[in-house]
Write a protein that binds this ligand. Structure first.
Ligand code: SF4
Length: 508
């Protein structure tokens, strides 16, 4: 046997998996063989020896006992690693499989699985759980160990828990619930097997955090150290779920408006900036404020004030509703109009057509903004622009880098959150280069269908996305088969911004 395979120790498990694959087979979709490998570690080890080595994936599917009270009968456990009877075997593609199973509507836990040589009794759960394992079975470790260099993965459906042991009046209903989950997991395992292959990975550089984001995160961390938790942050400090969740763990509380901040508290303004009205409200309330506005956003605010005081109508090129745009519009609301496209330019009604200026949101796509600038200059040839580019160095570099990898990639993955403007622009830039591109917050968001035909995957990350998440994604892809990674560097960045006055003393 050389193709991908699902190993099922018991006859009932193999039957549930085959039933789950039946629809795929009947509709002519690619599927995968299910091999019954036998009960217990000795039969599993013997079966592993018979499975011929190849680059194709090897999945283990079956039932298991839960070691943690958080797991219920019918839940699925995807092994992050498998322990017992020899070296620990890690399963790096576990987050990918878990994400796809969750999208299929299944309840999924990811964690270590322990393989033991006997059915465990009532008193044994706690000891095994202390090792960190969340489920226990009798075959997975020898099977995945036998897979050697093949990509491997383990999914087990819970059929008993510490409070509902295997031998109980519920044995039949609990067993059926577990087998039903296994059946539903089978098509997902087939998609995992179809995506398991060696591939090339092109890493766009620069990617991930810019100087403004690093500074904003450091500001919240220093504010927490200096003033103690909680520290309030108006809006997300940067548009990234992982960053926000990490800072929440340290004691930051994110709010939408200052009305949610208690009197006397410290509040940080996010990297996207705030309007003068928000600053005045904080002052009126007597709140202690720390300003994490990126200096490059603050520069656009200063330009808006200058043009407005010189009597210009300011056409602000940007996206409606984005926090940065709201903050900049607030600098001179009577003299500023948001323009998203050429149609908006046609609607501008300046008092003096000779006194029109344009500014930009810092995170726009250069080509998209360029067409709006052309429309402004067509209509108002004397229009003035910013002294230096408003689209910041980090946005420009990341767009150039993604363009450089997109042409050679079958698929581009952009790490970033859905509300991150610069990350969304990276997706659009790759798509404009003719390559399929998707925005993902984590490895769990990657769909096997995207990967099945992708021999070369390009990876980048928006300026607000942590590099650690990029590393997790590369590791997860390596769990689907050997990867050959290449950095494509279009620029190096050495930009650094100083801390705001309120925190300089504590930084030393
Ligand atoms: S993307 Fe640009 S403007 Fe935004 S925080 Fe980073 S450096 Fe500043």
């Amino acid at each position: 046997m050389t193709g991908p395979v699902i190993c099922a120790p018991l006859r009932v498990e193999a039957r549930a998996l085959r039933r789950g694959l039946r629809d795929l087979r009947e509709h002519g979709h690619a599927t995968v063989d299910v091999v019954r490998t036998g009960y217990g570690p000795a039969r599993a080890a013997a079966a592993a020896g018979r499975l011929e080595q190849s680059g194709s994936g090897l999945a283990v599917g079956g039932v298991a006992g839960a070691l943690s009270g958080d797991l219920n009968v019918g839940d699925l456990v995807v092994a992050s690693e498998v322990r017992g009877g020899g070296p620990v075997v890690s399963c790096p593609s576990a987050p990918l499989l878990a994400g796809e199973l969750r999208r299929a509507g299944l309840r999924v836990h990811v964690g270590p699985i322990a393989t033991v040589g006997h059915l465990i009794g009532r008193g044994e759960h706690a000891g095994l759980a202390e090792s960190g394992a969340i489920a226990v079975d009798m075959e997975s470790a020898p099977l995945v160990r036998g897979a050697a260099d093949r990509p491997s993965v383990v999914v087990r459906a819970i059929c008993d828990t510490p409070t509902h042991p295997l031998v109980s009046p519920r044995i039949v209903t609990d067993g059926l619930a577990a087998l039903r989950s296994l059946r539903l997991a089978a098509p997902v395992l087939a998609r995992w097997a179809a995506a398991a292959r060696p591939r090339r990975v092109l890493m766009a550089s620069p990617r991930s955090f810019c100087a403004g984001v690093e500074r904003a995160i450091e500001i919240v961390e220093l504010a927490l150290q200096r003033f103690g938790a909680p520290v309030y942050v108006r809006k997300q400090i940067v548009h990234n779920k992982t960053v926000v969740a990490d800072l929440e763990k340290l004691g930051a509380i994110f709010v939408d408006e200052l009305g949610e901040v208690p009197d006397g508290a410290t509040v940080v303004f996010s990297a996207h900036g705030v309007s003068p009205e928000v600053r005045s409200e904080a002052e009126r309330r007597g709140l202690d404020t720390v300003d994490a506005t990126c200096p490059l956003v603050a520069k656009v605010h200063a330009e808006a004030r200058r043009f407005a005081s010189d009597g210009y109508l300011v056409a602000l090129i940007g996206h409606a509703g984005h926090e940065e745009v709201e903050g900049t519009l607030g600098e001179a609301p009577a003299s500023t109009a948001l323009v998203e496209n050429a149609e908006d330019v046609a609607k501008l009604e300046p008092d003096d057509p000779g006194k029109v200026a344009f500014l930009m949101q810092t995170t726009l796509a250069a080509d998209e903004a360029g067409s709006v600038v052309d429309a402004i200059i067509d209509r108002f040839p004397a229009a003035r622009g910013p002294g230096s580019d408003d689209i910041c160095y980090a946005t420009t570099n990341r767009q150039n880098a993604v363009r450089a990898i997109a042409a050679d990639s079958d698929l581009v993955l952009v790490v970033g959150s859905a509300n991150s403007s610069n990350s969304l622009r990276l997706v659009e830039t790759a798509q404009r280069a003719g390559t399929r591109a998707f925005l993902i917050d984590s490895a769990e968001d990657i769909e096997f269908g995207w990967l099945a035909e992708a021999a070369t995957v390009g990876i980048t990350a928006g300026a607000s996305a942590p590099s650690a998440v990029v590393g997790q994604i590369v590791t997860a892809l390596a769990g689907l088969g050997r990867i050959d990674t290449k950095e494509v560097v279009v620029a190096t960045e050495a930009v650094q911004f100083g801390l705001p006055r309120e925190l300089r003393r504590s930084a030393g």
